[in-house]
Design a binder for this molecule. Structure first.
Ligand SMILES: [Zn+2]
Length: 311
């Protein structure tokens, strides 16, 4: 059974007026999933809030405290204009980060086989002490840190196919050989990081793999990168758990990118990671929503992604 994590708060958090990172994103996904034949194979689970100590594994305690103490009457700008908090934002961010840990625990306990966390706000740009790029807490990093620190896993892979580089996630594990971070992203593009030369440092050297893609790249380039680089890297690393930073903004219809993936590429990428997870770690996958801003492309791509996870 696949866990599908959701919460009302993810539909209430407003990232600003007329912002692309809108509640309609999650509404469009849920509307599509509910009508999908796959709905009967999903276990819909309400996300729980993260504990403060889970957040503090990757975030500065002062930053966590400041976010949770926000008292908001008018929208508050957290990061030069593009990351805005409104009244329910701290609670939504807390539940978005909690969902990943909760999903990872249930997968480890064998209660669900894998999971998709349909969360907002997204997470992969959030840094240790800084909100950035619509992200408040780094949801996927909180889940990875739980797996290595609390569950004691020695090898956790994060595959990040959001069209933007996950600068926050990369920086949190740049010196860590327990977490392999692999990112495919348009480059150069926001946030500017993610060159192929960044490969990790210290003990973490070789455990960061950046696969920059030029604008105009599509299914052929992405699937070649999966077959030539990502699958072999996972075979070498032998992950005990695979996390996916699942952004769908590399879709050809997405307004925020110049990458032109079709909906079917997201299915194929999911199939390849699922095969890798089955080979190395009993199929353990937790996927977390990051970006994706064309509502119908997003809903259709998530349906395909979840369907592949579930069948
Ligand atoms: Zn993105």
């Amino acid at each position: 059974m696949i866990g599908f994590f959701r919460h009302e708060l993810f539909m209430k958090h407003l990232a600003g007026y007329n912002h692309v990172e809108s509640p309609q994103r999650v509404e469009a996904i849920l509307a599509r999933i509910k009508k999908s034949p796959i709905a009967s194979s999903l276990s819909f689970i309400e996300a729980e809030p993260a504990k403060i100590e889970w957040l503090e594994r990757v975030h500065d305690p002062k930053y966590v405290k400041n976010i949770l103490a926000l008292e908001i009457d008018e929208p508050v700008v957290l990061d030069w204009g593009d990351t805005v908090a409104t009244k329910v934002t701290p609670a939504a961010a807390l539940h978005a980060a909690g969902a990943g840990v909760q999903a990872a625990r249930l997968v480890l306990e064998g209660k669900i086989s894998s999971a998709f966390c349909c969360v907002r706000p997204p997470g992969h740009h959030a840094e240790r002490s800084r909100a950035m790029g619509f992200c408040i807490f780094n949801n996927i990093a909180v889940a990875a840190a739980h797996l290595v620190e609390e569950a004691g896993l020695k090898r956790v892979a994060i595959v990040d196919w959001d069209v933007h580089h996950g600068n926050g996630t990369e920086s949190m594990f740049i010196e860590d050989d327990r977490v392999l971070y692999i990112s495919l992203h348009q480059y150069p593009h926001y946030p500017g990081t993610g060159s192929a030369e960044t490969i990790g440092s210290g003990k973490g050297q070789g455990y960061t793999i950046n696969l920059p893609m030029s604008a105009g790249s599509g299914d052929r380039e992405y699937l070649a990168a999966f077959r030539d680089r990502i699958v072999p890297a996972l075979d070498e690393f032998r992950p005990e758990f695979i996390l996916i930073s699942a952004g769908f903004d590399a879709h050809e219809d997405d307004p925020l990118s110049g990458i032109v993936l079709t909906t079917s590429a997201f299915r194929t990428m999911t199939e390849l990671l699922k095969a890798s997870a089955e080979k190395h770690c009993k199929g353990r996958i937790v996927s977390m929503l990051e970006g994706g801003y064309d509502l119908s492309a997003l809903a259709e791509s998530v349906e395909g992604h979840v369907t592949v996870l579930a069948i």
